[in-house]
Design a protein around this ligand. Sequence first.
Ligand code: HEM
Length: 511
Amino acid sequence: MAQNLSEYLGAVLRSTVGVALALSICNAGLVAYVPLAMVTILIMVAIYRLSPLHPLYGFPGPVLYRISELPMFYHALRGTRHVLVKGFHDTYGSIVRTGPNTVSLTSMDAIRQIYTSSHALNKTTAYDMHSIKGEGLFFIKDKATHVRRRRIWNRSFSEEALSGYRGSMVSQIQNLMHWLLKRSEQDGKVDLVKIFPQYAYDSTNAVFFSGHAFSQSLLDSDDAEHIVAEASGYFAAFEFLGHAQPIFPILKHLPGISKFLKFETLATIAAERRFKNGPTFRDGISYWLEGDGGQPKLTYDDLPIESETVLIGGSDTVGAISTFAMYFLLANPKWVELLRQELDGTFHRDSINDHLDVLDKLVLLNAFVQETLRLGMPFSGLPRIVPPDGLFVNGRYIPKGICVNVPIWTHHVDETYYPNAYTFDPTRWIKDGTYSGSANVILTFGAGAFNCVGSKLAYAQLRILLANLLMHLDFTATSDFDAARFWNGVRNCRATSFLEPLCVRVVPRKH
Ligand code: HEM
């Protein structure tokens, strides 16, 4: 009742101010009044957002962030939101108002209610930030519609599909090893921050598009067409524009912003090329278009938007996580020895790719991958919208229409769940000599109905990549490697970026 009253009064206040100002401007007829009117509106909006009339009145949080989205927009642009939000939770507790209409929550109950329960919430309009046509899995906000499209995608991640992709995955890893050696030999070092994303886009291209997505391999051409930069620029724009949703239809036409959206054109061309050339084996897109046994299948109209999703979703993420994995190895060299002992005790060096099934049984390798996925996820949250009935969580009632999320990074460095949370320690995933991690314990792949459809592929890819790199190559960090400096340069705005290079010398493994 009180809730409805405050919403009602808020709406009355907003419309009264709007009408009064509009009338005064019209009556005065003077352009000079426009700035004054704008400032007055902004002040009134700020007062309303801090006042008891606002539905989130009384929720703890920093004043500036309660008034405006702009400070969060700024941190999204800088890539520092994950650290900022973690600091807010340290100060204010498990429930924080991080925006005028946004609440950030930490607790297992919040994860359950927002993401995993049968009443889990729908996505917010932040997922509308695209201009490419068609309906795409990642962008669908409503669970009921989403589940139908998800069935089509699930086919491309079945056990049968994943084992069919192995040959392509291995040949991309072999090409990566070739270029690691070659660039290191040519230049005396190779920057892993640059080369891993190139490999990741090549791998997604090979597995889903039979290699037709781009005119050339990114590794072979050293990304001559700047695909990685276009894609991560798009991914970041998607994220920070989420803080300016109401004006996106205008913003997307501005030259600076439309440049960010160029990847949409590249994805559309990728879809056309794959459709025209057809598959060279049963690739990921084949599963979408086939519609086995009367199952629904993807129409061509939706192929561009789904191509964009798989190219970025499957590559930007894997490129960043692979970089983190190498960083953790360089910063914790004892893990190079431990993983090699495990691999050498299991495989002959030259036959590893004939026994890939065995990799998911290796305790240390899996623990290492899981710990990398925990600390290599500097992401601040996956926004969801509170339904008409509201939400009671962390001891508070949150009214309808509010955006809620659980910040992944904050959860991953929460001492309650991960003691010595900032220490890279894969043994935390080993109990009684057995690997005991599971995708549900960490939020790296999201959770619930909208979780990452590609997580199994990502796990497989990371295991195969690490096993091959450790078995075949020796890496030495260049003398300017500074683990703390690299770590402090990690940024995230959906896309993870690294301000510092990660340069190594690479030679064939000696012993
Ligand atoms: C380490 C690698 C990966 C990470 C960290 C990751 C992370 C995530 C996260 C957090 C989400 C939820 C996004 C949200 O709710 O806003 C997600 C969704 C998604 N991911 Fe991944 N992902 C990875 C690999 C992959 C791969 C390899 C693919 C495909 C080849 C993929 C495709 C997708 C798609 C299509 C979605 C949307 C799923 C849906 O809405 O049903 N991801 N991913």
